[in-house]
Design a protein around this ligand. Structure first.
Ligand code: DI6
Ligand code: FE
Length: 413
């Protein structure tokens, strides 16, 4: 029989909406798990009795949260964009840089130059950075290959990253991120190639879970996105989109119509679009890192999301240009400071709501019976400190699928 594990003397942020308060806190609680799954989460009184062979852990009064979920990253890439950072600070805009062949396209060139192994080697330490801040589930997008060989290499690296780290990796095909030079002036042909060739083969090989589209004046139209999302849905893949990063696009309306998982980068969103997302049960993924690095001033419609109860997830958007950010806790802090989200909203944004944005709401992002045993121990007096005190707190311990993650392999990379 596999051993049963017990942890007591802890305060649990369950994030379970059926528990009390915004974060579903259970003071002086007990967590019991076996085989990577939670068997009991609750007060000490109601806990099952221990057996002599059980492994019993004293949490020493620490706080426990679900493993964090970073639901939007682009963490596989080649090269760097240091020069672009300098240009941005001198006043160039992200769109101008992109139109001159910089931005995403410069990373595409550098990514295509790397082998699959080199891409894996570049991405693994970035994933370790996220794990050090408590991330146990991550979403990763392709979109720096934009051709058959490199898009597939990126997608395969995602599966290898999951195998190498043990964390859950959700894989998104973002071939519609920018127009590759081979298709200059033939944007519809590129969209047709993705819909008719790339996606069917990627789906047949089980290389992706979802399809994203960069819906933007400098990228793809809502109509092109619709073609791609419908193709994805026919193949059994989930759909999501970058739908309001630099300007209002029709992408959010299409996502609502199609019942997408999440609408991401939603600074530019109309009230009608928020209503449509709310009615369709689509989550909003907020990316304060990109807002910060691009010195954006258009705020996402936080009040409308609140009023219409759109789940607000927060993610790093980790990428080489618009959000070179390796800490989900920093993203959570930014969402509070830049947009006045509450610390409780930020906690939900990196746990329950982020899991919902990935379609994993029934097994990740909360601590309750039947959920995966991914959780983090924080040595703080008050969980708000983890969000407030920027760069100061790191997980004291992390359990991933019920197993204690040793800190040493993380620090070595
Ligand atoms: N928006 C972003 O912020 C990322 N992709 C996108 O469509 C970053 C892209 C990049 O600058 O490399
Ligand atoms: Fe993004």
């Amino acid at each position: 029989m596999t051993p049963t594990h017990w942890m007591h003397n802890i305060h649990i942020m369950t994030m379970d909406p059926n528990q009390s308060g915004a974060l579903g806190v259970i003071n002086q609680g007990v967590i019991v798990w076996a085989d990577g799954q939670l068997i009991y989460v609750g007060s000490a009184d109601g806990a099952p009795s221990t057996n002599p062979e059980d492994n019993v852990i004293d949490g020493q009064g620490a706080w426990v949260s679900p493993g964090l979920v970073d639901c939007h990253t682009h963490l596989i890439w080649g090269g760097n964009r240091a020069g672009e950072f300098e240009a941005l600070l001198e006043g160039a805009s992200y769109a101008e840089i992109a139109k001159q062949g910089g931005g995403i396209m410069s990373t595409v060139t550098a990514t295509r130059a790397l082998s699959e192994q080199q891409l894996f080697d570049a991405a693994l330490p970035r994933l370790h950075r996220l794990m050090e801040t408590g991330v146990t589930t991550v979403e990763i997008k392709s979109g720096y290959g934009l051709d058959d060989v490199s898009e597939r290499a990126m997608l395969r690296v995602m599966t290898r990253l999951q195998a190498a780290t043990g964390i859950q990796v959700m894989r998104t095909c973002l071939a519609a991120h920018a127009l590759p030079p081979e298709y200059k002036g033939r944007q519809d042909d590129y969209v047709a190639w993705i819909a008719d060739h790339l996606l069917p083969s990627v789906a047949a090989e089980g290389l992706a879970d979802a399809v994203d589209v960069f819906c933007e004046e400098i990228a793809f139209t809502a109509a092109q996105a619709e073609t791609l999302w419908r193709a994805a849905q026919r193949l059994g893949l989930q759909v999501k989109g970058h739908v309001g990063q630099l300007s209002v696009s029709g992408g959010a309306d299409v996502l609502a119509q199609l019942g997408g998982l999440s609408a991401d980068h939603v600074e530019y969103l109309t009230d009608q679009q928020v209503t449509a997302l709310s009615q369709a049960g689509v989550a909003a993924v907020l990316l304060p890192g990109a807002f910060y690095f691009l010195r954006e001033t258009q705020m996402p419609p936080i009040d409308s999301f609140r009023r219409l109860q759109v789940p607000m997830a927060i993610a790093t958007d980790m990428n080489p240009g618009s959000s070179p950010l390796g800490s989900l806790l920093t993203a959570a802090n930014m969402a509070c400071v830049l947009w006045r989200m509450t610390p409780a909203e930020a906690w939900l944004g990196i746990t329950r709501h982020a899991a919902m944005a990935l379609g994993l709401g029934n097994r990740k992002g909360q601590l309750q019976q039947g959920y995966d045993a991914d959780f983090v121990l924080w040595q703080v007096e008050n969980p708000v400190q983890v969000i407030h005190e920027l760069g100061i707190h790191r997980p004291h311990r992390i359990w991933l699928a019920g197993k204690l993650l040793l800190p040493n392999p993380l620090i070595a990379h």
